[in-house]
Design a protein around this ligand. Structure first.
Ligand SMILES: Cc1cc2nc3c(=O)[nH]c(=O)nc-3n(C[C@H](O)[C@H](O)[C@H](O)COP(=O)(O)OP(=O)(O)OC[C@H]3O[C@@H](n4cnc5c(N)ncnc54)[C@H](O)[C@@H]3O)c2cc1C
Length: 465
């Protein structure tokens, strides 16, 4: 395997490091942490495991490797700063969702595998909470639960089937009728919903930066401002950066939606963008007007292109979704004015009482999506020593933070290191050794995805969702 970085997709975004050597902030979350870019890799180094990408995936794999094998020599290379990618921009919802939804997983894989997948997802959500607690990561974590809201009859009928599936599989979801819904949120268009008490929300940039400190304290060498320009597979694998080289026995590509820019999983993981807008802080009275004061539940509407909304620690409303976009040539974007304006319009439709509220922030980012919406973990390369963990679609917060529980066991096995007796080994058949389905390249892919996206949007509109 040979990888070479293509700079073209980055032509549409500002560099992660600005002209003054500071971090170029993209999201509101980036403004809440003091991010000082760390030193770049210089010269030649050796490592048993090199991790490319400093998002939740890379951090989680580094964490688990060092937890199970403290003597292992691990280096992590990040092009900008840890948390510059999706991990420092997302909505911060840690959810048990995989695929499109539970019903989709049941229909695709059957009850037994759906139960297995969702049970692991709940362990992943719990793991995020445990990490924050165990390492005292100050990340505004709140277990708010998660409410999926039906806004039309067709979606309500599907949600009933989803609820029945959850009941059958033993998950403790609750069905909320219109009246019960009003204890969480009030809007004319909201008909009913399914409530799951376990999901939590957090400030993702604070969490990523906290995890950076944790893995560094465990001995991981983290280099920021270090884009991988080339990778040459071999024994060892040679990774070239602008001022250095790492020769590693095993490599984890933890680049998710950025993989295409390195030619990694180019025809399998789609670089899909999603966007968020955020309001100024709201007063208690304003929140009370829409019934959102007491429970602070995190919310999502049931449609192909969901709307997701939550409160921040200082009572801003984060509102995201509405559309998702892939750009010609795999271009990367930090914001999309059209989609962000549509989000604001939709917000005012849901909550006319808040139409005076100002939006102070808007941003977006790239995430990896496979055609079937399932995540993919596994190994490849000429010697089976180049690993991937990606394609979480819009649900990566819990999954990527649990990537180490799936990836560390096979990596340590290859290194000839036995797992400790209390190790968690989640490298189970369903999640491990999966490749996202193959897709044709541009322009066929671009136009194919535009048609697919258009069809989904049309269906949402047709259903009135
Ligand atoms: C706007 C938005 C909202 C989202 N909301 C949610 C949500 O609420 N809940 C949820 O579950 N999921 C959400 N997601 C998805 C979630 O954020 C991702 O699935 C998750 O963060 C993926 O983590 P990662 O580490 O795999 O990828 P990333 O965080 O993208 O990390 C990849 C890293 O690789 C680095 N990199 C790229 N190329 C190179 C190179 N050549 N050399 C070195 N480093 C490189 C990048 O700079 C980046 O830091 C959202 C995503 C976005 C964009």
């Amino acid at each position: 395997m040979e990888l070479q970085r293509n700079h073209q997709p980055f032509a549409t975004v500002a560099p992660a490091i600005n002209a003054q050597g500071g971090h170029h902030r993209v999201s509101f979350w980036h403004e809440t942490v003091d991010i000082r870019p760390g030193a770049a890799l210089q010269g030649e180094q050796r490592a048993q495991v090199a991790i490319v990408g400093g998002g939740f995936t890379g951090l989680s794999i580094a964490y688990y490797l060092k937890r199970y094998a403290p003597e292992l020599d691990v280096v992590l290379l990040e092009q900008g700063v840890v948390g510059h990618g999706a991990s420092g921009r997302n909505g911060g919802f840690a959810m048990p969702l995989v695929g499109w939804d539970l019903l989709y997983v049941v229909q695709k894989l059957g009850d037994a595998q759906a139960h297995m997948a969702y049970s692991m997802m709940y362990r992943a959500v719990a793991h995020v909470k445990t990490l924050a607690q165990r390492h005292a990561i100050d990340c505004d974590l709140e277990t708010t639960g998660y409410l999926m809201i039906n806004t039309c009859a067709a979606r309500e009928a599907r949600a009933r089937q989803e609820y029945e599936a959850a009941q059958r599989l033993g998950f403790d979801h609750a069905w909320l009728d219109a009246r019960a819904l009003q204890e969480h949120i009030r809007s004319e268009g909201f008909l009913s919903g399914i409530y799951d008490p376990h999901p939590c929300i957090l400030n993702p940039a604070k969490f990523a930066r906290g995890m950076k400190t944790v893995v560094e304290s465990m001995g991981v060498r983290v280099y920021e401002q270090t884009p991988v320009e080339r990778l040459h597979d071999g024994k060892p694998i040679a990774i070239t950066t602008p001022e250095g080289v790492v020769r590693a026995e095993q490599v984890v590509m933890a680049v998710n939606g950025y993989g295409e820019s390195l030619g990694f999983k180019k025809n399998r993981v789609l670089p899909v963008h999603t966007y968020i807008v955020m309001t100024e802080p709201l007063s208690g009275r304003e929140l009370e007007e829409i019934g959102w004061g007491a429970k602070r539940t995190s919310l999502e509407t049931a449609r192909h292109f969901i709307h997701y909304f939550r409160l921040t620690a200082d009572n801003r409303i984060l509102f995201g979704g509405e559309d998702a976009q892939i750009y010609a040539g795999g271009a990367l974007l930090d914001s999309d004015a059209g989609i962000q304006e549509s989000l604001k319009e939709r917000f005012r439709e849901y909550f006319p009482a808040l139409k005076h509220v100002k939006f102070t922030h808007g941003w977006g980012g790239v995430l990896g999506v496979g055609l079937d919406m399932f995540p993919a973990y596994g190994t490849g390369g000429d010697h089976g020593t180049i690993y991937h963990a990606c394609a979480y679609a819009g649900h990566g917060v819990s999954l990527s933070n649990y990537a180490g529980a799936i990836m560390a066991p096979p990596i340590l096995d290859k290194a000839g290191i036995a797992l400790p007796g209390d190790a968690i080994d989640e490298a189970k058949p369903f999640f491990y050794n999966r490749e996202p389905q193959w897709l044709p390249g541009d322009p066929l892919r671009y136009w194919g995805m535009q048609a697919y996206r258009g069809a989904l949007r049309l269906h949402d509109w047709w259903q009135g969702a």
